[in-house]
Design a binder for this molecule. Sequence first.
Ligand code: HEM
Length: 232
Amino acid sequence: MSNFIQSSIGKKFIMSITGLFLILFLLVHLAVNSMIVFDSSGELFNNAAHFMTTNPIIKIVEPILAAGLIIHLWWASMITLQNQIKRDNNNIGFKRYKIRKNNSTSKWVSRNMYILGTLIIVFLVIHLANFFWKMKFTGDPLLAHDSNGVENAYALVTSAFISWKWIVALYVVGAIALGLHLYHGVWSAFQTLGWSNKKWRRIFNGFGIFVSIILGGGFAFIPLFVMIKSMI
Ligand code: HEM
C-alpha cells in the first residue's frame, strides 16, 4: 500500500480523488453563494450560510475537506518537484531545443497546473482571511446576529465587493485560474482513474468543460454582479 502511494501513479490517484472531492465542495459552495444573486434581501444567503456552519453533518465534513485540500496541495508539490528534476535531467543539448520548440499554447494549462494552483492558494488565503476567519473566530460588526442568532454574512460579503474593487479583481482572477485548473484537472483525474476509452474520454472532456465554466464563471459572476449592481 505504501509502495503504491509513493509511486507516481499512486500520487496521481490521490490527486484525482482529492481533486474530485474538492469539486463537490465547490459545487455546493457555489450553490450557497449564488443566493447572493437571487435574493437581494440577503435572507436566503444568511440562512444557507448559517445552516452550513451549524449543521452537524457539515461539521464532520469540514475537517475532511481541510484534509483533502492539504493532501491535494502537498502531493501537487511533490509531483511538480519530481517532474522538475526529471525535466532538468533531460534538458540537455538537442532535447532541450526540441522540448522548447514543441511548446504550444494549447498545452499551457496542463504544463502550468502548479502555477494556476499557486494562484488559487493566494486567492484562498485572502478569501479565508476575509470571510471564513471573521465568521468563525474574530467576528465583524457587519455580522450582527438577528433575533434567531443568524449572522449577517450577506452584509460582510457584499460590503467587501462594493467597497474594494481590488477584491473583485482578485476574485475574478482567482475564478479564471480555478476554471482553467479544473478544465485540465477533471479530464486528467478521470484518465488517471482509468475511465478514458474513446467514448468516455469525450464525455469526461465535456464534463471538465462544463464544471470549469460553471465554477469559474459562477465564482467570477457573483462579485461582479454585486459591484455593478451597487453602481447603477
Ligand atoms: C463569489 C465567490 C465566493 C464567495 C462569496 C465565498 C464566500 C465564502 C464565505 C462567506 C465563507 C465562510 C463560510 C463560513 O465560515 O461559514 C467561505 C468559506 C470558504 N470558501 Fe468561499 N466564497 C467564494 C469563492 C470561493 C472559491 C472560488 C473557493 C475555492 C477556490 C472557496 C473556498 C472556500 C473554503 C475552502 C472555505 C472554508 C470552508 C467553509 O467555510 O465552507 N470559496 N466562502
